[in-house]
Design a protein around this ligand. Structure first.
Ligand SMILES: [Zn+2]
Length: 117
């Protein structure tokens, strides 16, 4: 969850709190990379989030239902609670992955070009 260009600056505001859990920085503190290149840029991150959540539901749900022989109700409640607990992590991971698809790593972007030393 760092800047895709310099891999130094954080994508999200720190320290983490529930009030700024979804807030991204406008640009990288280290290299100045714009984190929202166009309006609605992170629309595609929803699909990554959907895929991750669906696989989590399937894997955990099947494990609980068939591996541990939980009832359907118990399994659904457990998966729902798990999803609520980690939804922010999935949100952040999806956005991070999405911007990494489009912005290439460039060590030259570091101030003082630290990577070449
Ligand atoms: Zn950066």
């Amino acid at each position: 969850m760092t800047c895709p260009r310099c891999r130094e600056g954080s994508l999200f505001q720190k320290p983490y709190s529930l009030q700024n859990a979804y807030n991204m920085k406008k640009s990288c503190d280290v290299c100045g990379q714009n984190f929202e290149p166009e309006p609605g840029f992170y629309y595609g991150a929803m699909f990554i989030s959907y895929i991750l959540t669906a696989w989590l539901f399937i894997i955990v749900g099947l494990t609980l239902a068939f591996g541990l022989h939980w009832s359907v109700t118990q399994t659904l409640i457990a998966v729902a609670i798990l999803t609520i607990l980690i939804h922010n992590l999935i949100f952040r991971f999806s956005r991070s992955l999405w911007i990494h698809f489009f912005v290439k790593y460039n060590p030259q972007a570091l101030p003082n070009n630290q990577a070449s030393k």
